[in-house]
Design a protein around this ligand. Structure first.
Ligand code: 6PG
Length: 272
């Protein structure tokens, strides 16, 4: 399957949303649920709004997912098929250690976009806790939440790491992804923990963060990157395996290479 998709901003959001929706219906058909990890940052805003509003059935089928009549019964129209909300479980890939109402909060961004439209049950939503004042304790708290969820829903396998159905990632100018930054050697080498707290003094915003670790990301069923046009060249070099030293270059899912959705540089300015 092609793992490099590019296009203008509008088309790219449509295709990325269709890809995610196809993955969701495939996961529900095969495993009865869809576990989705959301990226933070600003790039995914329009994608999350699109997911909330729905994508055209024809585009979803382009990604190989024929939708059964049941989907239609749940109030969808062929023009706006949304995720199977009742069977969809939402998690965070990383979070800045700020209150949910803070402008830098990734959860705040998800609440303003996806959750504005989605009928997600509160029990299907796993927000990273940032209230205790102790990032390490909150990282452990989130890890415990994940372990409990996967123990309950996948008891048949004694997992070292969970298998999320889909992890959505962003890409920073320095090649970071989630809140795994190039200068954080310890965090990048973590091989046991599922969730860790990191200090990110060089990041924007510079603050403590919680993040999933690389083994958790690499154990996912599928991983996708959503990248703005200004990082087209960086994304291309990582996709082609030329930047293994960068955190995003260390995302090598056991189940197959990541899928890249990268906005085409406009004819003016940004060059690939
Ligand atoms: C975060 C993200 C981070 C983000 C990149 C790109 O919390 O900052 O998870 O990995 O995806 O920094 O951010 P933009 O989409 O804002 O460019």
């Amino acid at each position: 399957m092609n793992r490099w998709t590019t296009g203008n901003d509008e088309a790219l959001i449509e295709m990325a949303a269709a890809f995610i929706t196809a993955k969701a219906y495939r996961a529900v058909a095969e495993r009865g649920r869809f576990t989705l990890v959301l990226s933070g940052g600003s790039t995914p805003r329009r994608l999350y709004e699109k997911l909330g509003r729905g994508v055209h059935e024809g585009l979803i089928e382009r990604f190989g997912e024929r939708l059964h009549q049941g989907v239609r019964r749940s109030g969808h129209t062929p023009e706006a098929v949304t995720l199977p909300w009742a069977e969809t479980f939402i998690f965070q890939g990383d979070e800045r250690y700020v209150p949910a109402g803070h402008p830098d909060s990734n959860y705040g961004m998800v609440r303003q976009t996806l959750l504005k439209y989605a009928c997600i049950r509160p029990n299907n939503l796993f927000r990273m806790p940032v209230e205790s004042g102790d990032p390490e304790a909150d990282a452990l708290r989130y890890e415990k939440l994940l372990r409990t969820f996967f123990r309950k829903t996948s008891p048949e396998t004694s997992r070292a790491f969970p298998t999320f159905d889909l992890v959505i990632l962003g890409l920073g100018d320095d090649g970071h992804t989630a809140s795994l930054f190039p200068e954080q050697i310890r965090a990048l080498k973590e091989q046991e923990r599922w969730v860790i707290a990191v200090d990110a003094p060089l990041a924007s915003p510079a603050c403590s963060r919680l993040t999933l670790t690389l083994p958790v990301i690499n154990h996912a069923e599928s991983v996708m990157f959503l990248v703005p046009a200004e990082r087209y060249g960086l994304a291309r070099s990582i996709h082609e395996g030329r930047r293994p030293e960068l955190p995003a270059g260390m995302v090598r899912p056991l189940n197959g290479n990541p899928h890249w959705f990268v906005a085409e540089p406009s004819m003016q300015g940004t060059q690939p």
